[in-house]
Design a binder for this molecule. Structure first.
Ligand SMILES: *[C@@H]1O[C@H](CO)[C@@H](O)[C@H](O)[C@H]1NC(C)=O
Length: 286
């Protein structure tokens, strides 16, 4: 039962994500925590520039549930401002995917907030609206940006991003666009370019069904965990009871009882044999 529990836990995690996560930041968050997919979100750090934090933990939209994510906590807090950057330490050359995580909790309509994303001085996304034809207010949105780091330079779509990689740090910028202020909820850096964008689209397109399945799986896991706990309790008690019985039988009282029992049995056997012999004698004499 315990093994079954771990197997179901592993398949549960794997079905959600096989991402090679190098680093994850919970923007605006004050404590690190593990995502449902099994990687660590660090508390907010590596930021600079003009920005503030908002905590929406007790917001109505958040309370109703963030769609398109199994780790809603990332979207409880945000960093927003006129112009700010994240400078993330990345030590090795190679291909990486930047996943930027957003949720709109204030505006109702597409385009009411539009901002730009930069790597160094290169604008890689212009007038991003968190709300779009697939994302409403309260829907988690992930934007995938594919980069290459080579010899202290960072490239996006084959073009170098000036000042995008300084002293071993990748510089991601958030700037005002056509409307209101930029904001961000989470940043995940994944090794390679196979970071799960297709799986992400699949999750969005099948969200209601996946949410149901996830609820069922969580209930099953909870039950398996309880059962596993119940299995452990009798396991640890039973050998003690067994030992207790043996040590009782070997104790003087135990010995006495066994001896008495054997003596009674012996007397009864003896008496029975005598009776048999008497009966035989009676038969013979007849
Ligand atoms: C973004 O918004 C600005 C300001 O309104 C506008 O000048 C620009 O053309 C827009 N760019 C795109 C790609 O929508």
């Amino acid at each position: 039962m315990i093994i079954l529990f771990f197997i179901s836990l592993i398949t549960f995690v794997n079905s959600l994500s096989l991402k090679q996560v190098l680093m994850a930041i919970d923007c605006g968050g004050q404590e690190s925590f593990n995502s449902k997919e099994g990687f660590l979100y660090q508390d907010d750090q590596y930021f600079s520039g003009d920005s503030r934090v908002s905590d929406y933990t007790y917001n109505d939209v958040v309370y109703a549930g963030i769609a398109y994510t199994f780790t809603p906590r990332v979207y409880f807090t945000e960093r927003h401002g006129n112009s700010f950057d994240y400078n993330l330490p990345i030590n090795k050359n190679g291909q990486y995917t930047i996943i930027l995580q957003f949720v709109e909790l204030y505006f109702e309509n597409e385009g009411e907030r539009q901002f730009d994303i930069y790597i160094g001085t290169k604008r890689v996304i212009q007038n991003l609206s968190i709300i779009d034809n697939k994302h409403q207010k309260g829907s988690a949105k992930e934007v995938f940006i594919y980069i290459d780091i080579k010899e202290d330079k960072v490239f996006h779509q084959g073009q170098e991003c000036n000042k995008g990689f300084i002293n071993g740090k990748l510089k991601i910028g958030f700037r005002k666009g056509a409307a209101d202020l930029p904001k961000v909820d989470g940043i995940v850096i994944v090794k390679g370019h196979n970071a799960g964008e297709e799986e992400r689209n699949h999750l969005i397109d099948n969200w209601e069904q996946l949410l149901e399945e996830n609820k069922k799986k969580e209930a099953e896991l909870e039950r398996a965990e309880l059962e596993a706990q119940n299995m452990i309790v009798p396991d640890s008690v039973e050998p003690e009871e067994g030992e207790g019985l043996i040590s009782f039988l070997l104790s003087p009282i135990g010995f006495g009882i066994i001896g008495f029992g054997m003596a009674v049995f012996g007397i009864l056997m003896f008496a029975g044999e005598n009776q048999d012999q008497k009966n035989k004698k009676i038969k013979k004499s007849k």
